[in-house]
Design a protein around this ligand. Structure first.
Ligand SMILES: Nc1ncnc2c1ncn2[C@@H]1O[C@H](COP(=O)(O)OP(=O)(O)OP(=O)(O)O)[C@@H](O)[C@H]1O
Ligand SMILES: [Mg+2]
Length: 291
């Protein structure tokens, strides 16, 4: 599999397929970030694979190292059987194609395109330092309807060291077509409100699921570190709107290309649309779609 974490495709005893990400020194914070983001996204009904803690056997690790050895690929991982992170692969890989990249014209056929802007709010809350990644596939074989599933949240919580800083372009998906149905604040307010009201118990539930052995693998990562990031997340709940405003305030922002337009505009953008860019930070929408 591609990717910097050395993810690996495995099959569970339940016959389901998972992308396994390995718990080893240096990776555990990223896995915990995946757990926080996956839990929050699912809670907000944004499409993302359910989080699974895999119990990986010696046999799987041997198969993996044989695979690498035969192909002459250096194996720098220090893996032990036990708990590792699993991201469920929902489509049937024997029959369904899964794509990392979607042609721009196909974004408008996505069943859940609004999930991208919803995920951006969560990425801002969780201080995702990466761009927003997703996989795309057809929900049912032979059907045209595509869905996007949000994956790879390992750089949330401020990245590898859990140091929170902000930058307007962090968390943004690579293709702005993902945000073309976003017209103004009125679409975002309900979710912003839900985020402001996120219960602390949700974060506690993540903490309880973090395998104790991961903390040991990470050189005795302290439970108080988990409390610290949970407190930081809670404190950021009211900050998300201003973090989105920072995106809108970018000079000539081209992320929300239809912000301030009167109605959803399919790609390509209508030429007669009045854009907010002439008045950065304040919207000139006449439709009531913005504020
Ligand atoms: N749940 C999933 N369903 C289908 N495919 C997946 C899933 N999770 C990951 N993948 C595939 O595995 C690849 C690697 O996953 P991911 O991006 O999470 O790993 P990573 O090592 O963190 O990558 P990066 O280099 O972006 O940090 C993805 O590009 C995607 O193709
Ligand atoms: Mg990735």
């Amino acid at each position: 599999m591609r990717g910097r974490t050395g993810a690996w495709l495995v099959q569970g005893v339940n016959q389901r397929t998972y992308v396994a990400k390995w718990a080893q020194p240096g990776s555990v914070r990223g896995l915990i970030s995946e757990m926080y983001a996956g839990t929050l996204l699912s809670h907000l009904q944004i499409r993302t694979p359910p989080i699974t803690i895999l119990d990986v056997t010696d046999g799987v690790l041997l198969e993996r190292s044989d695979y690498l050895r035969i192909r002459g690929i250096a194996d720098r991982a220090r893996l032990h059987p036990g708990c590792h992170y699993g991201s469920l692969v929902e489509p049937d890989l024997e029959r369904q194609a899964v794509y990392d990249i979607l042609p721009t014209a196909l974004y408008r056929t996505l069943d859940n395109r609004m999930d991208f802007v919803a995920t951006l709010l969560v990425d801002k809350l969780l201080n995702n330092r990466d761009y927003r990644q997703a996989v795309f596939y057809r929900q049912q074989r032979g059907r045209r309807q595509l869905v996007a599933e949000m994956i790879d949240h390992g750089m949330c919580l401020g990245g590898d060291d859990w140091v929170f800083e902000d930058a307007p372009l962090w968390g943004i998906h690579v293709n702005p077509a993902a945000y073309d149905e976003v017209l103004g604040w009125s679409q975002l307010e309900p979710l912003l409100e839900e985020i402001r009201e996120l219960p602390p118990a949700l974060l506690e539930s993540v903490r309880e699921r973090v395998p104790a052995e991961w903390l040991l693998i990470e050189g005795g990562l302290a439970g108080s570190e988990l409390d610290r990031v949970a407190d930081l997340i809670m404190a950021r709940r009211t900050k998300v709107r201003s973090l989105i405003q920072a995106v809108l305030d970018l000079p000539d922002q081209t992320i929300f290309r239809n912000w301030g337009c009167a109605s959803p505009i399919e790609y390509p953008i209508k030429k007669d649309c009045t854009r907010a860019a002439a008045n950065p930070g304040r919207l000139s929408a006449s439709s009531g779609a913005g504020d």
